[in-house]
Write a protein that binds this ligand. Sequence first.
Ligand code: CP
Length: 294
Amino acid sequence: DRHLLGLRNLSAAEISAILDRAAYWEEHPVKVSNLCRDRFVANMFFENSTRTRFSFEVAEKRLGAEVLNFSAAVSSVQKGESIYDTVKTLESMGIDAGIIRLKPSGVLPELAAKIKVPLINAGDGNNEHPTQALLDLYTMRKHFGHLQGLTVSIIGDIKHSRVARSNLWALRTLGASVKFCAPDNMQAPELAEYAPYVSIDEALRADVVMMLRVQLERHESGMITSAEAYREHYGLTEERAGRLQPHALIMHPAPVNRGVEIDDSVVEHPQSRIFEQIANGVPIRMAVIERALT
Ligand code: CP
């Protein structure tokens, strides 16, 4: 299966092969290879993005592919065209693979079943964001040398987070353990059997502390208490960052709400890997596109 819809059903060997291939690309920093020359890749974003969209585009260009960029906001989606008809339209023009980001959860498997070219999930609702978790795992593996036995705390808006879900599945597959920390209205009770919900003090006792963005756009109005109260109870403040073990990593998928889930001064803390995560997105996405196309 050359689609990449999620990590929940990917084996340890398949995940490790992607991480290894990304390491190859990082060690061979050729600006542009011709591995995917003459192949057309469409970036189909039905929801906004900065990091994922541009790092896919950089990865595609570094592999020598021809890149097509589709944004729902300036497309016939605005006239009511469906996701399926849009993807089928681009497939009819001869694309070889599609990168897709969608608002709804759960529609991707059905779409992929009807589309012949490989599709790579760039984030679907609160379901999965596989390439984000792969770059997160890659960043952890680079620092610790392994993933087996690591303890990873994921703190914040678990309920709305596809990043939390993809990391949960892949980390468990690779032998790491996950703890969640979230206020009641940001918990996903259906995930409690896979990762315990712990206090913020317990969450800080981990090898990796992954902060999540409070997803204001996905909350019904009135659900969020003030940003100050959130920071006080769940934010990675300068004081809390000072209590982390010296070997521990601070991560965040970004975009960051500075001063809400993470203090401004902690974003570029010596233990933070936030901008390294973004850099690692390019070799990871090169590996994933290569897997889809070759
Ligand atoms: N981390 C992430 O997915 O960021 P974008 O929404 O900007 O792509």
